[in-house]
Design a protein around this ligand. Structure first.
Ligand SMILES: [Fe+2]
Ligand SMILES: [Fe+2]
Ligand SMILES: [Fe+2]
Length: 420
């Protein structure tokens, strides 16, 4: 059975990011639509190419989601363009299957008259995206400084005449703005994305990028999800799960904390014990995960993701299920999640020695909170499992996190002379 379609990978990303920040997502979809119609008018691209470019256009501001509580997208789009262009570029380059085309995002705020200063293989595409971006920003211009005659005054300075003319032609032919007003553009985008083809690797990669975008908000959680996936996979193999169950386990672990997007950073990163009210908010993440995934992935995956805080004795949340209701993959993710949380402390906070981690997990199993067979398997293979994760994380997770931070500084320096 198919766990998730490419179309639904895109749906999950759009849904999640729009919960994280509805303003940015709305802007991104409008830009994506304008851009798509411009390409369609040109008739130079295959459907697959248009799909890919439009998907990039919808992700063009992905570097903005790092900023918590961003209300006025337009303002940020005009006054703070470099940092989110660079972050967006790095996310696509290092975390997505779109690496090769990531420059489109890097240069989406570069003034047209400066295109000569950089090498960009996708100049024509970037021109269109930059124009579409300005169009939507202009339509919201009540809040920002973009002159009423912007589109006549800055031809071939801030944007290209070619892109503007293309837009005007496409507007005449397709009635773009009318569809933006009526909301029809959303169905058209959905229809476009229903044709996307994605390999298994691409699906995992895109969803991984989503998790990164979320985890990037909080340094403390940046490795949590990836560690949970890794621990769960290793335990699943050791406990002889079949191929289908291992795939369900992978996606379930990968998506288990998506709902945390709705939890404020100060609660996520709270150094002390959470108050009752904070705990109530924190617990909601499971329901939100379930809500996001519902209808978009196989039910087995939803249950693995949404049951990671259930306890065998019925004391967990959010449904108070007990041992007999829970499957082995669900129990494995609960243990992997706890191990990841305990182990993660080591990287970021005070170190938790492995014997303390082992003791805590054994006690939880003895108290009939988490599965004893799973914990026994973990304890028997503890050093191997930790090493397995450490080996993988060299190139991934923390390694990538550091690379992105480093590269950011480097590109920022280069940008200083070019962007302003
Ligand atoms: Fe932007
Ligand atoms: Fe934008
Ligand atoms: Fe959780």
């Amino acid at each position: 059975m198919n766990i998730i379609s490419g179309q639904n990978v895109i749906a999950i990303i759009r849904k999640t990011l729009s919960i994280l920040n509805p303003n940015i997502m709305k802007h991104s979809e409008i830009v994506g639509y304008i851009f798509y119609k411009m390409l369609e008018y040109e008739q130079e691209y295959s459907e697959q190419e248009m799909l890919e470019y439009t998907w990039i256009a919808i992700l063009h501001d992905i570097g903005l989601y790092r900023v918590d509580g961003l209300d006025n997208v337009a303002d940020f789009e005009v006054n703070n363009t470099e940092s989110h262009s660079i972050y967006g570029f790095l996310f696509l380059k290092y975390l997505s299957p779109l690496a090769e085309k990531a420059e489109i995002v890097l240069y989406h705020h570069l003034d047209y008259e400066r295109y000569g200063l950089v090498k960009n293989k996708y100049e024509r595409i970037t021109e269109c995206l930059a124009f579409a971006d300005k169009m939507d920003t202009f339509m919201r211009r009540d809040k920002i400084q973009m002159e009423a005659d912007y589109f006549t005054r800055y031809v071939d300075i801030k944007f290209s005449a070619r892109a503007r003319n293309l837009f005007l032609e496409a507007e005449k032919k397709f009635g773009i703005t009318a569809k933006l007003v009526s909301g029809e553009y959303r169905e058209e985008l959905n229809e476009l994305f229903s044709h996307i083809e994605m390999s298994e690797m691409d699906k995992k990669s895109f969803l991984g990028m989503l998790v990164y975008t979320i985890d990037f908000r909080s340094e403390y959680t940046v490795i949590h999800t990836m560690a949970t996936v890794n621990f769960a996979q290793q335990l699943g193999v050791l406990m002889n799960l079949g191929a289908a169950e291992l795939r369900q386990l992978y996606y379930g672990a990968l998506l288990h904390d998506l709902g945390k997007i709705a939890i404020p950073i100060n609660i996520l990163e709270s150094p002390g014990k959470l108050s009752a009210e904070e705990m109530r908010i924190m617990k909601a993440h499971v329901r939100i995960t379930e809500m996001i995934l519902s209808g978009l992935v196989a039910p087995e995956v939803i249950d693995i993701a949404a049951r990671h805080h259930e306890k065998l004795d019925g004391s967990g949340y959010h449904n108070g299920l007990s041992d007999k209701d829970l499957t082995l993959p669900q129990k494995i993710v609960a243990v992997a999640d706890m191990l990841s949380a305990l182990y993660g402390q080591r990287s970021y906070k005070k170190s938790f020695e492995s014997n303390i981690i082992k003791t805590i997990l054994s006690e939880e199993a003895a108290d009939y909170k988490i599965s004893k067979p799973v914990v026994d398997c973990l304890l028997e293979n503890y050093d191997n499992i930790i090493r397995g994760f450490e080996d993988e994380q060299e190139g991934h997770t923390i390694g990538l996190y550091l690379t992105i931070k480093e590269q950011y500084e480097e590109i920022w320096k280069k940008f200083e002379g070019i962007m302003r």
